[in-house]
Design a protein around this ligand. Sequence first.
Ligand code: PLP
Length: 501
Amino acid sequence: MTPLINHWGDMPPDEFRRHAYAVSDWIAEYLSRLERMNVLPDTQPGAVRALLPSSPPQNGEPVERILQDFERLIVPNLTQWNNPNFFAYFANTPSAIAILAEFLAAALNNNAMVWKSGQAATELESVVLRWIAEAVGLQQHTWGMIVDTASIATMHALACARECAGINARTEGLAGRSSAAVPRLRVYASELVHSSIDKACITLGLGTENLVKIPVNQQFQMNTEALQAAVQHDRQQGFLPIAVVGVIGTTSAGSSDPIVDIVEVCTRERLWLHIDAAWAGAAAMLEEWRDRFVGWEYADSVVINPHKWLFVPMDLSILYTRRPNILKQTFSLTPEYLKTREDSYGENLMDYGLQLGRRFRSLKLWFVVRYFGIDGIRARLREHIALAQLFAHLVDEHPDFELVAPVEFALVCFRYKPQGCTASESELARLNAELEERINTTREIFLVHTMLHGIYTLRFTVGNLHTTEAHVRKAFSTIATLAAEQKINTRLTPATTKCAI
Ligand code: PLP
């Protein structure tokens, strides 16, 4: 007789139902009390680790106790990205509908590696990405794929550029080759490009030295004459230019590169053009912002992050390309166990990228588009832009503050510069760094800084569905009050003299 094996399964359905109700109640309550929570916790590095046992439990624990610890140890020790007073990085929120979709996606646990392992997931992904492509005016980019982040999307785009260089990197690699040595492969982007492009160059073996940073003009846009000159200069040096990354909505300034001019250079020089519209891409749905996007339809690839500004929870980034065949040429590789009868007519998304396993991310985007509708999404994006403009107006009107860059989309770059203050740049930088620290130490609002043309700049972004005019006005009033206190504390001397800081 075969031995009887005990059944050690999962939580029984009735118990699951009970806890799922409790978790839904918790989420609803959490979303409604967000505003009363601090954006930033008062947590020191190592504090959470110290609260947790160093060894795992040997026996299972009741769900109630796990949830209590979640509420007691985890939630209070987290930066609350969903808080309407979060104005740092690129502020964002998951919509309630997308949270529901995540719950369902986790329950389904589908893995759309190949069509056969995720039929609806594979096909929904292509349909919903076509919807977004149509809404943002990228009809030519009928093919898209979801990855986790823009960093990964861009890495895939540059891998395609490397593939097109004709050096057989896929098979032979880049180093120690027996065939002819590979010249330096060069990628070009503005000096304001996101660090993910540098990381893609590191990952692909191109090297950060071969990411050529092109200067920007006063509007923080790439100087395309300098781009053309750099490409020509590199060719004369025997280097091999392979790609340009143009940005629509830079992280630091919100600025957009002159895409039409970049397209011209790329066409003339036969370079892969990748557009990083990770944050601002959603705003292409708005007619009044379309001018920033003119020409992007000619790009070989484009990245847009719905987890930044399309109301889905982390993570979801879209890589569009007009040349999916190149992605496939770069990445497809099918071990025997993944071969299926449907391979010749169903699309296997694993063929187009590095990862095999793929979360069912399109579900949350589908829910969002259906729940809000494209017009509803447009209305919310416009609201965020209007709130950013309101903040910019408050900055502009205040004698002790100034805008540091044109306000683009929903990002305001500003700094504290007391009226009549003639302090040096480094002194102003110290003053603003101190103000930033004081703002964030209130833990009631959160923002971060950047450097623009050597100026220490505070960034204020709006992207949260719960942020209202009242939050923006209160945020500015808190910032102005803290700055005024600082002015007294640092004994700023009268107008036209230096600030004694
Ligand atoms: N590109 C831009 C313009 C960004 O602002 C960011 C992040 O803020 C990224 C790329 C990287 O995004 P991800 O975190 O999805 O990799």
